[in-house]
Design a protein around this ligand. Structure first.
Ligand code: KPL
Length: 326
């Protein structure tokens, strides 16, 4: 088996270093040739958190190439004996664009398996349609990572990742179970637990609901996740957004267990000192994932003949504070 990771952000560095540490042939594709050259020379350093730099630092050597080289076999690109190839797509949802999909389509081989680590909804369907010869897996991860440099990632929070085919296990391709096991064994050896799921859709909708409530409110109010629990007004706004999203899910046939509200509050408590990814994006003037989170819920509502006015409004407010808004 070989693993090819696409994306040189925090998760890309973490997963590529993890695969390489398990002695699996690994290639990392990055957006820029400069980053690929640094990693090809220096490897990737993964740091664990510790007081004033006392955390562990581990450097891993692996092949790194710019994304245009994806699918072009180099010396390290030869298939291994069993020919299995997992492509781990770690770029943000907003970067799963036509150019990236065309690059993937050029390099993909029949039987390849693509593991997609994006937030939001809509991208899996686009990828599956463009890459019919591959199995396209959705993945939900709670690993916390921050990029500290082109070749350095901080593994800030130990989490886990579940993955599965959106249509469940039915559309089995030959060797699917064995390939999934090799993938989970590889990453388990690297301290990145993965588990295969036959109901990844539920995990996707659960995560989407958490992100739809926490991310835009923390980004608009400029607060850490825990601060959402600090006043009755903030809790009321969360509940209204939660209820609207649950109603959209119901019209799409997605059943939300009542405990998801308590789980949402639990996520705020467990990540109370975190700045949500949307707050980070807004603070750095970057494009956010709002289009695929609140926008994804609004689009789902339209497809089901209903509306999601709160999600729509928050999407407009978030997009309105983007300094680079075109
Ligand atoms: O996933 C997250 C994000 O920030 O995108 C949460 C769960 C809200 C943690 O910050």
């Amino acid at each position: 088996m070989r693993i090819e990771v696409i994306g040189g952000g925090a998760l890309g560095l973490l997963f590529a270093a993890g695969a390489a540490s398990a002695a699996t042939p690994t290639v990392l594709y990055t957006r820029t040739g400069e980053q690929a050259a640094i990693i090809a020379r220096e490897g990737i350093e993964v740091r664990s958190p510790g007081e004033a730099g006392t955390g562990r630092r581990i450097r891993r050597n692996l092949h790194a190439r710019p994304i245009e080289a994806f699918g072009v076999s180099g010396a390290e690109g030869r298939p291994t004996d069993d020919g299995d190839r997992w492509i781990v797509l770690t770029v943000k949802q907003k970067d799963v664009d036509d150019v990236l999909i065309a690059t993937l389509a050029r390099g993909i081989r029949p039987g390849d398996r693509l593991l997609c680590l994006q937030n939001g909804i809509g991208h899996i369907e686009r990828l599956a349609a463009a890459l019919p010869q591959a199995d396209v897996y959705a993945a939900i991860t709670t690993e916390g990572a921050r990029r500290l440099g082109p070749d350095v990632a901080l593994h800030a929070g130990q989490g886990s990742t579940s993955f599965g085919l959106p249509q469940g296990g039915e559309s089995s391709t030959p060797g699917r179970i064995g390939a999934e096991k090799k993938l989970t064994d590889t990453f388990a050896a690297a301290g990145l637990p993965l588990s295969a799921s036959n109901d990844i859709q539920t995990a996707i909708y659960r995560k989407l609901l958490m992100n739809a409530v926490i991310n835009p409110l923390t980004a608009l109010w400029h607060v850490e996740n825990g601060a959402l629990l600090e006043s009755a007004d903030r809790l009321a706004a969360m509940k209204a957004l939660f209820d609207e999203t649950v109603a959209v899910y119901a019209s799409a046939g997605v059943v939300v267990p009542p405990e998801w509200w308590d789980e949402l509050l639990g996520v705020c408590r467990a990540t109370s000192r975190n700045r949500s990814s949307m707050l980070e994006d807004v603070s750095h003037g970057r494009e956010t994932e709002a289009k695929w989170i609140g926008g994804g819920i609004a689009a789902l509502a339209r497809r089901c003949g209903t509306a999601a006015p709160l999600n729509e409004m928050l999407l407009r407010l978030i997009e309105g504070i983007r300094p680079d808004k075109r």
